[in-house]
Design a protein around this ligand. Sequence first.
Ligand code: HEM
Length: 440
Amino acid sequence: MAIDPYLAAAAALCLLLHLLLRGFLRRSTSRLPLPPGPRGFPIIGALPLVGAKAHANLARLAKRYGPIMFLRLGSHGCVVASNADAARAFLKTHDAQFANRPDPLSARDVSYQRQDLVMADYNPTWKLLRKVCSLHMLGGKAFAGWAAVRRDEFGRMIRSMHGLATKGEPVVLSDVLVCALANILGMVLESNKFKNIVLDMLTGGAQFNIGDFFPSIAWMDLQGIQAKMRSVHVRFDAMLTKLLQEHEAPDFIDKLMENRVTEDGQTITDVNIKALISQDLFTAGTDTSAVTVEWAMAEMLRNPAILKRAQAEADAVVGRDRLLEESDLPKLAYLQAVCKEALRLHPSTPLSLPHFSYEECEVDNYRIPSNSRLLVNIWAIGRDPKVWADPLVFDPDRFVAGGEEPIHPLRSWEKDLLREADGHDFLMEKRSSTWRRSTG
Ligand code: HEM
């Protein structure tokens, strides 16, 4: 077959232009500076500066180096966004660029090699899992459909707390909350068995693992994190296998099974289902909410005036003859403000979940090298004195309409950030098609 010489010339010209343009863009980005940041030490980089309380130490460093900071952690580059504008630049303006996740060793086993929703890259399986979760569990209509399950379970929780209180026994709030949340998510288990697994998973997963920053020595597992996560995975996997076999229809697992294959041939496997249930729903959905409620309770006990006001509001709206219903929530403005203030001051995921960019890019006139992690310091954003008056004071009035506004009224991104834990307008629906944040 003869090739049209004009077509061949046009194709060659396009290729040449593409290469020239790409070379030019690469050169122009590589001329930009890296964001400021500590130089760190040879080989280990800034790892010792991050330490165990990473969110607080990174916030301290950001005071010196600014809201967009670049650190070398071992052999990896890491960019940290520490105020709302910086977070918006990465998660909104450059959302597609940072829509992926790194591949932390601690998450490999429990996420079944990242075949879940939380740790997966932004790929077709992620989109399918997100769609199914949104349609059948977390989106507005589906969420409303599971209301009876939540009512039953919280009723059971209140009765058990009341029973303990009547016997004069202490109520361990975190235990009853995690148990109720886990049951709501569909599993009826002894609370401690489940709670310990979730706690092991969260404490192992949240630690800075040296092996992640020095892949060549990862096999030594110096902190024992990989071994701990593998054992968590084995225990959880056994429970999930049983759950998949014994679950009672109709439930969310059936919905997942029914929607395994889409019209374009995309498939959800058994492994995807297990990963979604263990790593995402049970882990991301239980301890996060339980910790937030614990903080809200602790702050109210520390501030009796706030507790009294929340109780007075509940008495006025609900009364003392029945349990609070979800339909009461829109009328409980002060209680909502208490929850938002707990999320602001004590976010249960202070550094959010790490994002990742495979390619070099430009953000706010800085060069972000390829294969960089992105950490968003939610903890620092909630305490930014340029946005919040007296940021360390627990003051729900900031969120009550007509009350004291933060120095700058809340912008939509910050509102989104505080909204997730409400559970109602959950992560799935609020996102643009490309933005994989859960914070809206
Ligand atoms: C107080 C409660 C909660 C907090 C503070 C919280 C916080 C977060 C944060 C910070 C992220 C990462 C966002 C990002 O990638 O930038 C996230 C992701 C996620 N959360 Fe939550 N969460 C809470 C409750 C829940 C619940 C109840 C569920 C499910 C039952 C859940 C499921 C997820 C999932 C599936 C993702 C991954 C989304 C994705 O990668 O696209 N979370 N959450």
